[in-house]
Design a protein around this ligand. Structure first.
Ligand SMILES: *Cc1c(COP(=O)(O)O)cnc(C)c1O
Length: 403
């Protein structure tokens, strides 16, 4: 069987044409003709399935070691379809610092449709067990699912998929893992016991900030049928052209992530030594054994840090030239953002501070540029922010003196 890098490039043929084209064709057709009324074609209507989407769905299923893959119009559409397999009254345990949009979908949409959401710190296994078990004597049934991210955003805390899955399965609870931040290059949650793995393919898988997409992979055939029903009946499918963008992105996933990780580790060390930086969050800074114990083959390309008191993180961000000030991550270019105002504003402030997302926290998504340029850019932005800080300080002294 082909190995990982070979799989990235070649995928699995869908056998949908005999032109010997090297790339799978993009079929821009919403419908496919029957040969006769009795001869139902393999694909009949493009929402239900089409060869371009099937290529991508097989590709991600192979990479995530699952049996069936599904492509959606966005990461949130993928999450919507997955959570739609449950019933009103079912309880879902969700990690306490999942992606803001996922938090909002759970607590502002699915809540209204009768799903109960229990939040838990998924790094504390006793908390996970308490939340999953519920309290049947008081009428709180075990959770139907536990939902969390491999590595949390933006603090990059590593969850132990294997340990969480072991607890969940004792209660018959389905394990759903958002693997967006690490991708199958760095971890395969299904191998560690997860039942469903999903991605915002917008990020590392597509990798070029040019497409919004979501992917889901399952192990179990019955769960697969339920996800397929949601994909086909809710209809949040990914268009053929965009399936092809994601396919092409996936081909270079390993090369990109290798460079991104190398750069991220270098930037993390630079920040750690910088006098204007109070704290750096990057799982690659601790010893690799901890990551390996949790089934991770690397620390990924996202990191975050807090500036020291007195420095305004906005002054750092507004003065970056090479890093683009933008949400999202996982693409070839480096991005920077302020979680409290840009990606995590959906979280109520108290909840945000409780999970450690402070007002000083800056998140960097590292790209594949020359790392020396990235460090230089940060350096000059820090200098400008610090000049502004000392200007303010001098003004304050002068005002005091004149008062
Ligand atoms: C971006 C993101 C999502 C949402 O995906 P979209 O493609 O933007 O809908 C979900 N989970 C994580 C971890 C993300 O980073």
């Amino acid at each position: 069987m082909a190995r990982f890098n070979t799989q990235l490039v070649h995928g699995e043929p869908v056998n949908d044409n005999d032109t010997r084209a090297v790339n799978p064709p993009i079929y821009n057709s919403s419908t496919f003709a029957f040969e006769s009324v009795d001869a139902m074609p393999r694909w009949d209507y493009a929402r239900s399935g089409n060869p371009t989407r099937e290529y991508l769905e097989r590709q991600i299923a192979q990479l995530e070691h699952g049996t069936r893959g599904f492509a959606f119009a966005s990461g949130l559409a993928a999450i919507h379809a997955v959570l739609s397999i449950f019933q009103p009254g079912n309880r879902i345990v969700a990690g306490d610092n999942v992606y803001g949009g996922s938090y909002s979908q759970l607590n502002e949409h699915f809540n209204r449709w009768g799903l109960e959401v229990t939040s838990a710190d998924t790094r504390v296994l006793e908390d996970v067990e308490r939340a999953v078990a519920g309290d049947p004597k008081r009428g709180i049934q075990p959770a139907k699912a536990v939902y969390f991210e491999t590595v949390t955003n933006p603090l990059l805390k590593v969850n132990d998929v294997h340990a969480i899955a072991e607890i969940a399965h004792r209660y018959g609870t389905i394990v759903i893992v958002d693997n967006t931040f690490v991708t199958p290059y760095l971890q395969n949650p299904l191998d560690l016991g997860a039942d469903i793995v999903l991605h915002s393919a917008t990020k590392y898988l597509a990798g070029h900030s040019d497409v919004i997409a979501g992917l889901v992979v399952v192990k179990d055939e019955q769960i697969g049928q339920r996800v397929y029903f949601a994909q086909n009946r809710l209809g949040g499918v990914l268009a053929p052209v965009e399936c092809d963008s994601v396919r092409k992105g996936i081909q270079t996933l390993a090369l990109r992530l290798e460079r991104q990780q190398e750069n991220a580790a270098d930037v993390a060390k630079y920040l750690l030594a910088h006098p204007l930086v109070k704290k750096v969050y990057y799982p690659g800074l601790t010893d690799g054994e901890d990551l390996a114990a949790k089934g991770l083959r690397g620390a990924g390309g996202v990191l975050s840090f807090e500036v020291v008191d007195g420095i305004d993180p906005v002054d750092v961000l507004d003065n970056l030239r090479l890093f683009r000030l933008a949400v999202s991550l996982g693409a070839v270019e480096s991005l920077a953002e302020l979680p409290c105002r840009m990606t995590h504003f959906e979280l109520p402030r108290e909840e945000r501070l409780r999970v450690g997302i402070t007002d000083e926290l800056i998140r960097l998504a590292i790209g594949i540029e020359d790392v020396a340029d990235l460090k230089e850019d940060l350096g000059q932005a820090f200098e400008k922010a610090s000049e502004k800080h000392s200007d303010k300080w001098n003004d304050a002294i002068t005002e005091d003196a004149l008062a």
